[in-house]
Write a protein that binds this ligand. Sequence first.
Ligand code: SF4
Length: 70
Amino acid sequence: LPKAEDGHALDYVNNAADSEHEKYQSGQKCESCAFWAGEEADGWGKCRHPQFSDVLVNAEGWCNTYAPKG
Ligand code: SF4
């Protein structure tokens, strides 16, 4: 799968700290999100959210659907 680019969907950014979204809170990132499906290689992995089914997301990324792991 190709790597996601900033803006892929849902205000996604590859570096969470770059987000200026009102919902973003420091420390949130893909690897601690309930949708994160695990790293594939080099810090990139799959996201279970349907809007990211065609890309890899970065462990350090973030989007506005972030939900903490239960
Ligand atoms: Fe990252 Fe968003 Fe997927 Fe969560 S839902 S893993 S924050 S892209």
